[in-house]
Design a protein around this ligand. Structure first.
Ligand code: ZN
Ligand code: ZN
Ligand code: FE
Length: 747
């Protein structure tokens, strides 16, 4: 990533002789010269390193001088075993300056890049990383570009995707049938801008796939995009040209600004301004906008001086993976997009936009993908190579090598056939470019997950089945380099428990090799299994029945009144006899229940919607005193956190007309207090002081903060997930470490 040229320039600056080369394990160099030059060189190596360099350690030793003349970059030694691939990265400041400099030969060239910036992971087809093994292979560099590429003193020395208007990829604007548009005197880009201004929907090829774009301030176009995409309520992401532009419709904190403007260019969830000019249909019933800054030169050209914001949502049909091949994009998106702004540099690996929110000044990943993948996560110890196949809904996979773990990009919901095919492609591609041949396969304990059958079909390797919430816990431990024992507070949607119930509100105690279920939420029936996640009224009914028994329908709650008379008996019988209603301790489903009880909604249009809206309500109220709850000893020896008294209070408050914001807030505050109370009891029994927080429910910032502070106040050391998502997108990391430590038990 431009490190050798950097060393080269630095060595020349300090008049040193010697050489530098890439080697497994990092960069090796020899330098000789004046002592002052050497020491200045060593300091600058770290302090002035290029933005994408990842210096984990700098070791130096003295050797005796030898005859050398000049400083050279040596060819890399061929022995592999430590391939590192960079993530895709936004345009660097130097390239950005050239992009808007009329005297530069790359003025307004949408594919400008250098060793410090540009596409990487998405265009790499094999290793070692050089031009023939990228999707830039078909483009032959012109003499000017070649000269830059060969000149170690230049920023484009060995910049594999180097290109210019004379020799590189080109933009094209087509209609929905793929026919090139006659743009006359204006460029495809200018015409695209004009079309967007007029309210048209454009499919735009980005770095990891296609986006669907419309003018974000035009209600008519945003509404039309919703209609065509068949997406009722799920928020659309925005792209804005600058932080200043974002401040026009959202409130930004310093940490949000830093995350937004980093080279990874994630989508950051930021608080809406009340009086913002963005179409209300962009993120209905949501206190936040998901916003990103431009992540490619094309985006910069598109946005700057043209739009305050564009909707930039993934180019896919509802649950399908994002489209990234041109033919596929045209076939799938032509029903949605009016025009296509595309180009002839292929995307080899798709990568959705990453999504982050800020929690206590640091990142809380909702989705870790473009810009971060395949950056490694340091593990606490070296282990045999593992392939971990993740969960099912927010699928990612993980490969380890030595003490590094590489989490894949977001793959998506495996139940979708196209997504499942991506799982296989992603595994093969990552194994190839990272040069990892796994020795062990890890998967979820759930026998019906498609990631489990995928793992089972891999021949000849030991398989390790990992309990879902143990994997969540280990994921958080691993990213913090923890060893030994912790308390794992795993508040989650659903995971296979292995005891015939669905887990999801768990207090575990243990480490990578073993865990004990110390406590959990009181289990209630999950009526209709998976259907309950789409229809929160089912969980509300289940919880209310747990409180009021058969008399539940006497409660004059609108949610219950909406259930037709003849269905009531069916539901009651279902709950009573547990027909298709396994018991669950799920915390995610508790959020659904509470949302339905206070009248938010009986049905959701996307996963987690009730929880997101409940959090948004709660944020509008100040801290409340908790509702009553109790902690009791369960049958299997584990403690049970019984929240029936809380649910009863919530129903009471909802009936006496208490502000839903206040109820939502008190619910969050009760959970935080109850979690701390349970941890206190576990600590009293085990002495464990460290608590890791994971599970999808911790995407909720208000709850994360509440749990954090209630535990810290009692003297616990609390750790949240910072490098990978607390949801199922981070679970493969935990599976990998657990398998790396326990695989011998499975032989
Ligand atoms: Zn650059
Ligand atoms: Zn050129
Ligand atoms: Fe989970």
């Amino acid at each position: 990533m431009g490190f050798r040229p950097f060393v080269f320039r630095l060595a020349r600056l300090h008049q040193l002789h010697g050489w530098v080369k890439n080697r497994p394990g990092g960069v090796l160099l020899e330098a000789q010269g004046e002592e002052s030059g050497i020491s200045a060189f060593l300091t600058a190596l770290e302090s002035e390193a290029p933005p994408l360099a990842d210096i984990t350690a700098l070791k130096s030793e003295e050797i005796s001088p030898c005859r050398e003349d000049g400083f050279v970059i040596l060819a890399s030694s061929e022995e592999g075993g430590d391939a590192q691939i960079s993530p895709d990265c936004d345009v660097c400041p130097d390239c950005l300056r050239e992009l808007f400099d009329p005297s530069d030969r790359r003025f307004r060239y949408p594919f400008i890049n250098c060793t410090n910036c540009g596409p990487r992971y998405s265009i790499i087809t094999g290793v070692p990383y050089d031009r023939p093994r990228t999707t830039m292979a078909p483009f032959t560099m012109c003499p000017d570009c070649l000269a830059e590429y060969r000149d170690p003193a230049q920023r484009r020395f060995h910049a594999q995707p180097n290109a210019c208007p004379a020799c590189g990829p080109r933009l094209a604007l087509t209609d929905r049938a793929g026919r090139a548009l006659e743009t006359g005197d204006s460029s495809p880009l200018q015409t695209a801008v004009e079309l967007l201004r007029r309210g048209k929907i454009l499919a735009i090829k980005g770095v990891g796939g296609y986006h669907l774009a419309v003018h974000a301030l035009r209600d008519d176009s945003v509404g039309e995009l919703r209609r065509r995409k068949k997406r009722d309520e799920k928020p659309f992401a925005l792209m804005a040209p600058s932080l200043t532009a974002i401040r026009g419709f959202a409130r930004l904190t310093g940490s949000e600004e830093r995350l937004l403007s980093g080279p990874e260019r994630p989508i950051v969830l930021v608080q809406k301004r009340e009086d913002n000019p963005v179409s209300a249909q962009v993120a209905p019933a949501n206190g936040y906008f998901g916003v990103m800054l431009p992540s490619t030169p094309l985006h910069h050209l598109l946005l700057r001086d043209n739009f305050a914001a564009l909707v930039m949502t993934s180019g896919n049909l509802s649950d399908e993976p994002i489209a990234f091949r041109d033919d596929q994009a045209l076939a799938r998106l032509s029903r949605i997009a009016d025009f296509f702004l595309t180009h002839d540099r292929a995307i080899h690996t798709r990568a959705d936009d990453s999504v982050i929110r800020v929690f206590q000044g640091g990142p809380l990943f909702l989705r870790r993908s473009r810009g971060y993948v395949p950056r490694g996560v340091a593990l606490p110890a070296s282990q045999p190579s593992v392939l971990a196949t993740g969960a099912e809904l927010k699928s990612t996979v993980c490969l380890t090598r030595g003490d590094r773990a590489f989490l894949s990009q977001h793959i998506g919901d495996l139940k979708n056939a196209a997504t499942f095919a991506c799982l296989e492609e992603t595994v093969q591609h990552l194994e190839r470019v990272l040069e990892i041949r796994p020795a062990i396969v890890a998967h979820d304990l759930h026998p019906d997950y498609l990631s489990t059958s995928f793992a089972a079909a891999i021949p000849g390797l030991p398989k390790v089945a990992v309990q879902h919430h143990h994997a969540h816990m280990a994921s958080c431990m691993a990213e913090h380099g923890l060893e030994g024992e912790v308390i794992g507070v795993i508040l989650d949607g659903a995971g296979y428990g292995g005891d015939g119930t669905v887990w999801g509100g768990e207090f575990l105690q243990g480490g990578y090799t073993e865990f004990q279920r110390m406590a959990h939420l009181l289990p209630v029936p999950l009526p209709g299994g998976d259907a309950a996640a789409r229809e929160p009224f089912r969980m509300a009914l289940s919880w209310l029945r747990a409180v009021h028994g058969e008399k539940v329908f006497d409660l004059p709650l609108p949610l219950l009144a909406a259930i037709p008379e003849k269905e009531r008996r069916i539901y009651l019988r279902m709950l009573e006899r547990r027909i298709n209603s396994p018991l669950t301790s799920s915390c995610g489903r508790l959020f659904d229940a509470v949302g339905a009880i206070i009248g938010l909604r009986n049905r959701v249009s996307y996963e987690g919607q009730a929880a997101i809206e409940l959090e948004a309500l709660a944020e509008r109220a100040t801290g409340q005193s908790p509702y009553p709850f109790s902690i009791v000893k369960g049958e299997a020896g584990a403690l049970q956190l019984d929240l029936r008294a809380m649910v009863a209070s919530i129903a009471e408050k909802a009936l006496d007309g208490t502000d839903p914001c206040v109820i939502a807030r008190a619910f969050h505050d009760t959970l935080a207090a109850a979690v701390a109370e349970v941890c206190e009891l576990i600590r009293a029994a085990s002495g464990t002081e460290r608590v890791v927080l994971s599970g999808g429910v911790f995407q909720n910032r208000l709850l994360s903060e509440g749990v954090h502070s209630s535990l810290s106040r009692r003297g616990f050391r609390v750790l949240s997930q910072r490098l990978v998502p607390p949801n199922d997108g981070g679970i493969a990391l935990g599976q990998a470490v657990i398998a790396g430590r326990t695989w011998k038990n499975y032989l």
